[in-house]
Design a protein around this ligand. Structure first.
Ligand code: ADP
Ligand code: MG
Length: 599
């Protein structure tokens, strides 16, 4: 394992890294730092969010800075002011023992004159958002003729935010000979295009592939009616009394609205969005960082640059239509070896987006039933009792008050006492959650539940495309066997002279019998069961395999679940009517938790 000391970094930087508690380089640092110390050609580095990209470029940048020069030598561009401040702060920490290196942050939404003054006083490294950087160039306070290193941090996000033209504009002021470093968590087409436009023969380094969402993140979705989303959100939060997470909303209005409602309902929640002043935003972020605020309701843009490492939950109030955004969001939990939970609260029209995200993640997102009142009360009660067990009691202080209390309560038994004391804390909660309705569509919920431990057997039949067999024909044929109502059909693959079809393994022998005694269009059917019945497709590899067998799409509507269909329901339904994606149910997120607020 590489150590920082192996990286031929200057001693002051090594010392700063030690002060920061950086013991060894992260994978992206181990790859890029030595490379950057040796090369001055262009670089594209891909690594997940939270993997230490700032130091990956920051350490070499600082090592290369010529403090005798008075010109700007490095320009770091990033999408938001929060990120800009964050990077500057990080670089300052890395340069703790290099006090003569001057850094200036230039970003919108703050008075320009101070930043101008700072630039005029001289800077070796400028960290900026594209719009403000261009302003500074136009106003002739930022001169980039001597820049030899340009960093595009979070390039994907800069393009998402529409900074393409600004970037090209800035580029035209920087010498051709510069070294360009592009850092990104994802590499969508437009970033590829950007890289091709102004980077030449760039080396690509990828630390553990692109941002696919760390393995230690669990992904769940809940499916409710659009109007029930807020209720579902509350129940999810109540199910995890120790929740510490970000709820992502689409618009500033929605963000504020949800935060207001949560606050009114007694949650530690606050909103972070672009309508707030810089000072307000900073206050909110500070309250969130210190965990005074447990639930931060935010837009994507506003949440950028909020460097919080130990989020327990990411909640998508709507599943994003761009899978990269989903990955970015969920990448904010499960960091630093901790586990995380990424939740999407969906209504049926968002199913297409879910599929796109699953494809991008390379794994299934698991359906979860919206917690019911009983479950939530149990969880909260347990949490409450747990905190009673753990509370510190200052016997000396409290003891002086207690003798009268003991006397007053002496007529009660221990059990009565416990009952009352739980009731005091808990009655409002119980009342709220008494008889609350199920938020899941009952039909879908039943179907999803049934699929939890479902097993398919793979049948091989001597019928194939040469018999004119289509998937629809095959479904019909199986349907006509009338072995039992509600047999689940899994994946179907049709080849030249045979086909494979997955069917409910509970009916294996009956189905085999029925196949061989029912001709198909005059053909005597031979049937066998292939592999041992396998469990529900859930492992990552299995899922990838499934994705490769695209053929099934000929049969079903593109947006339709193609296995686990109840064949007695007739032809697959389209769009919003389609059955939810099935998945294995997992235990509810978070089990030992706190919150005593009543909803
Ligand atoms: P990214 O830009 O890839 O999202 P950051 O550079 O913001 O990630 O780093 C994420 C967190 O990891 C920061 O809190 C940073 O201080 C910390 N970090 C960076 N490098 C190391 C390291 N080598 N060892 C321990 N922590 C690190
Ligand atoms: Mg970063």
């Amino acid at each position: 394992m590489t150590k920082f000391t192996d990286l031929t970094l200057p001693e002051p930087i090594l010392r700063a890294a030690r002060d920061l508690g950086f013991e060894k380089p992260t994978p992206v640092q181990a790859l890029t730092i030595p490379w950057l110390l040796e090369n001055n050609s262009d670089l594209i580095a891909l690594a997940q969010t939270g993997t230490g990209k700032t130091a990956a470029f920051g350490f070499p940048l600082l090592s290369n800075t010529d403090i005798e020069s008075k010109s700007v030598q490095s320009l770091i561009l990033c999408p938001t002011r929060e990120l800009c401040l964050q990077i500057t702060k990080d670089l300052q920490a890395y340069a703790k023992y290099l006090p003569r290196v001057k850094m200036v942050a230039v970003y919108g939404g703050a008075p320009i004159y101070k930043q101008k003054e700072a630039l005029l006083a001289g800077a070796h490294i400028v960290v900026g958002t594209p719009g403000r950087v261009n302003d500074m160039i136009r106003q002739n306070v930022l001169h980039l003729q001597e820049v030899n290193q340009l960093v595009l941090d979070e390039a994907d996000e800069m393009l998402n935010m529409g900074f393409k033209d600004e970037l090209f504009e800035i580029m035209s002021h920087i010498p051709e000979s510069k070294q360009t470093l592009l850092f990104s968590a994802t590499m969508p087409k437009d970033v590829e295009h950007l890289a091709n436009s102004f980077m030449k023969g760039a080396t690509r380094l990828s630390a553990g592939g692109e941002d696919k969402g760390a393995e230690n993140i669990e992904h769940f979705f809940y499916k409710v009616q659009a109007r029930d989303k807020y209720l579902a959100l509350k129940r999810i939060a109540d199910m995890s009394p120790k929740i510490y997470g970000i709820i992502f909303c689409r618009t500033r209005n929605e963000t504020q609205d949800i935060a207001n409602k949560l606050q009114q309902d007694g949650y530690n929640a606050d909103a972070l969005h672009g309508d707030l002043s810089q000072a307000q935003r900073e206050l909110v972020m500070q309250r969130f960082r210190s965990k005074y605020v447990q639930l931060l309701v935010a837009t994507d843009v506003a949440a950028r640059g909020l460097d919080v490492d130990d989020l327990s939950h990411i909640i998508n109030y709507h599943i994003p239509t761009d899978p990269d955004i989903y990955i970015h969001r969920s990448g904010r939990t499960g960091r630093a070896g901790k586990s995380g939970i990424s939740i999407s609260i969906m209504h049926s029209k968002e199913a297409g987006a879910l599929k796109a995200v699953e494809k991008r993640l390379g794994r299934e997102i698991t359906w979860q039933k919206v917690p019911g009142g009983r479950e939530i009360c149990q969880k909260q009660l347990f949490h409450f009792i747990d905190s009673v067990e753990k509370v510190e009691v200052d016997e000396e202080q409290i003891g002086t008050f207690l003798s009268n209390v003991y006397k007053k309560l002496s007529w009660m038994t221990r059990e009565e006492l416990i009952q009352r004391f739980v009731a005091v804390e808990f009655n409002r909660f119980l009342n709220y959650y008494k008889d609350i309705p199920d938020l899941d569509n009952p039909v879908q919920a039943k179907r999803q539940e049934a699929k939890k431990d479902f097993k398919f057997s793979t049948f091989r039949l001597n019928l194939g495309s040469k018999h004119g067999l289509t998937k629809r024909d095959l479904m019909r044929y199986v349907n006509q066997l009338k072995v039992s109502r509600g047999i689940e059909i899994g994946q179907i693959n049709i080849f030249g002279d045979y086909c494979l079809i997955e069917l409910d393994s509970n009916y294996e022998s009956e189905l085999l019998q029925a196949f061989v005694s029912n001709k198909y269009k005059g053909v005597t059917v031979e049937a066998s069961v292939g592999k041992a019945p396998k469990t529900q497709h859930s492992s990552k590899d299995d899922w990838k395999e499934r994705r490769k067998t695209k053929k099934i799409d000929d049969y079903v509507d593109h947006d339709t679940t193609y296995y686990g269909r109840n064949i007695w329901e007739g032809t697959p339904k389209k769009g919003k009517d389609k059955p939810g994606f099935k998945g294995k149910k997992k235990i509810a997120p978070d089990s030992k938790t706190k919150r005593k607020k009543t909803p």
